[in-house]
Design a protein around this ligand. Structure first.
Ligand code: CTP
Length: 389
């Protein structure tokens, strides 16, 4: 992808060299445009080295007199991070008083803006209004995060982490899955036993998060419904956190009306205690817990939403293929993605996975062992783009 990366003069600009480095590593071409103020914070020399291209700062640069027009024509996406209050205001007012603002005005491609500033500047109604103006003309403006700010204040104003910027920028400009609305569940649900203990499983959430990121990258509208995960949820994908299997079912019952597909990659805890202890259970001798089975989320959703596309995931040991196919039928699924636990490989918590997809129409597709983000790419391509290789 061709990216024009605009940097204005906020302290958060110090985070940008790493973002640019990773974009280039991912195979993107990046042209950097900076304001004069940004050069006080991060060196054009460094950015030039990382982007492997000249960095553009000055208007009327004899090396490229029409840079502001050419860059907008050349790129697939223009990103501005950090966008200061001043630069946001100039964008909203249609000013073209430096190379960055002129390039922005001349660019009619996808535009993604990450404001970052002091919380009072961000919450000032003037800045809020400017952001609304930019959104109303089709710019994607991402909310800064809440946290400790360089100015010493705490509040909303922080530039999101590089993962978030990369996730948003990396979106396929053709958006082949635009219009598809998908809920992805991930992680393990937990069932409390007493105020300090719970029952759960080893699911890390990595596979579901990878699937959600891939769907988002291809332009789908994604909601992550997450139990306990070992890694943070991507901040650019809307998410709802749940605790128990019943919570997950309740949440899905509510949200599925607005979505077309459910990818059920979560590992719901299958049992809960029949009676929750209000007191911390004391350690003594032996302990017996009376457990009851939790509801089957997929089967229940199939009853309530018979026309929605439901995809299950199944972790099996010996005889896995037969069990997976049986579950597909029993739970009313369109497809099931089977991963096997073997003596030498356990997918839960691993960065890799090895899956076979079975579809209700009788297709079967086996994938070699791959990192989970590549498994996600292939599974999504198979299920939603009709790819068979
Ligand atoms: N699943 C579900 N509700 C549950 C448990 C599992 O919807 N209470 C979903 C999982 O998210 C997964 C699929 O069903 O997509 C298969 O999960 P698995 O644990 O293999 O199936 P179970 O029905 O729990 O069967 P088993 O007795 O083998 O654990």
């Amino acid at each position: 992808m061709r990216i024009v990366f605009g940097i204005s003069g906020g302290i958060a600009a110090y985070k940008i060299p790493q973002v640019i480095r990773r974009l280039v590593q991912r195979g993107h071409e990046v042209e950097v445009v900076m304001t004069q103020a940004a050069t006080q914070i991060v060196s054009p020399f460094l950015l030039q080295t990382l982007s492997k291209k000249p960095v553009w700062v000055k208007d009327f640069d004899v090396r490229r007199p029409l840079a502001h027009i050419e860059l907008g024509d050349w790129c697939d996406v223009m990103v501005v991070a950090p966008a200061t209050a001043n630069t946001v205001a100039k964008f909203a007012g249609g000013l073209a008083d430096n190379l960055l603002t002129a390039t922005f005005l001349a660019c009619d491609k996808r535009k993604v803006i990450f404001p970052a500033m002091n919380v009072k500047m961000y919450e000032n109604p003037l800045t809020r209004r400017n952001i609304e103006i930019l959104r109303s003309v089709g710019c994607e403006v991402y909310e800064p995060e809440v946290g400790e700010l360089a100015c010493g204040y705490k509040g909303r104003g922080r530039l999101p982490d590089e993962e978030v910027i990369l996730g948003v920028v990396d979106r396929d400009p053709l958006k082949p899955l635009e219009g598809l609305r998908v809920v992805v569940t991930t992680g393990a649900t937990i069932e409390p036993v007493d105020p300090v203990r719970y029952l759960s499983n080893f699911s890390s959430g990595k596979m579901g998060i990878a699937l959600a990121k891939r769907l988002y990258a291809l332009g789908a509208e994604v909601l992550l419904v997450a139990g306990k995960t070992d890694m943070p949820l991507p901040a650019y994908i809307p998410s709802q956190q749940v605790r128990t299997t019943e919570d997950m079912l309740l949440t899905l019952q509510q949200v599925m009306a607005r979505y077309d597909v459910l990818l059920m990659a979560a590992a719901p805890a299958d049992f809960r205690v029949s009676r929750l202890s209000e007191e911390k259970i004391k350690r003594s001798g032996t302990l017996s817990l009376d457990l009851v089975a939790n509801p089957d989320i997929l089967a229940t959703l199939h009853q309530n939403y018979p026309t929605k596309r439901l995809i299950g995931f199944s972790l099996e040991m010996k005889g896995g293929e037969a069990y997976a196919k049986e579950k597909m039928v029993k739970k009313g699924l369109d497809a099931i993605v089977l991963n096997m636990v073997s003596p030498d490989f356990h997918p839960m918590g691993s960065d890799e996975n090895e899956v076979t997809i079975y579809t209700a129409s009788g297709e079967e597709w086996r994938l070699a062992r791959l990192p989970k983000h590549l498994v996600a790419e292939k599974v999504i391509a198979y299920l939603f783009l009709g790819e068979r290789e």
